[in-house]
Write a protein of this length. Structure first.
Length: 228
């Protein structure tokens, strides 16, 4: 299939960027990735990005797409379409679970920004409630909906990846009560498109990012960063 030239404006850690990268790789679509510093956004980026956020997908250097869920759907649609159901109702449900993944990312931010135990515990509870909802809605099979890897899987893989760093830092098992979600997370971690959505230094970079937070998780990350 002949595709336009795609450039994905990205950031090393961004979970929304990872969604798009996973879809590009699943669909074997050639693209270039350009990471930017979000703490010091380039002028050209601010001109292109309506919300000042990554990811952006530049299509043939002249059209800009923003919003990861939209980018992911577009990429799926211009390839074989296999990552979303054909049936309107099933597809609507998949879109809703992609949105659920985005709201889980908000909870994760609350966890790593929590300044004290009370705030941390409240965020931990909220995220735990999300995991229980997922547990109740996971199909039988390797992926969220069963045997087909979908945009829902692409949206959750970057969510779970945070815990590869946050669990060792805090010593907390965030998935202890959700056996099926735990298995799904492990399956996602083996998928080549998921593994290759970040660079080898992802974990180091995430520790560095967390170490800049004035929070409980930030304190733990600083201790690790200093020891390294
Ligand atoms: N709803 C957006 C969220 C994207 C987003 O929040 N990106 C973050 C990085 S992970 C960003 O660019 N933040 C920069 C800022 O808010 O200034 C999407 O799905 O694409």
């Amino acid at each position: 299939m002949k595709h336009p030239e795609y450039q994905l404006i990205s950031h090393h850690l961004c979970p929304y960027v990872q969604r798009a990268v996973i879809v590009l790789q699943e669909q074997e679509i050639p693209f270039k990735r350009r990471n930017i510093d979000l703490a010091n956004k380039p002028e050209w980026f601010l001109k292109l990005s309506p919300l000042g956020k990554v990811p952006l997908l530049l299509v043939d250097d002249d059209t800009v797409l923003f919003e990861s869920a939209v980018i992911a759907e577009y990429l799926n649609e211009v390839s074989n379409g296999k990552m979303l159901a054909k049936d309107a109702l099933l597809k609507a449900r998949q879109r809703a679970w992609v949105e659920f993944a985005s709201s889980s990312i908000v909870n994760i931010g609350q966890i790593y920004n929590a300044p004290d135990d009370e705030t941390f515990n409240a965020a931990y509870e909220s995220l735990g409630d999300k995991w229980k909802t997922l547990e109740a809605n996971l199909a039988t099979g390797k992926w969220f909906g069963g045997n087909d890897f979908s945009l829902v899987d692409a949206a959750f893989a970057p969510v779970f990846r945070y815990f590869d760093v946050i669990e060792p830092l805090t010593g907390i098992d965030f998935f202890k009560d959700v056996r099926k979600v735990r298995r799904w997370r492990a399956n996602l971690a083996t998928r080549p498109s998921v593994r290759n959505a970040v660079a080898n230094d992802y974990e180091q970079r995430l520790i560095g990012f967390l170490a800049n937070r004035d929070s409980t998780v930030g304190n733990l990350a600083r201790a690790v960063a200093v020891a390294a």
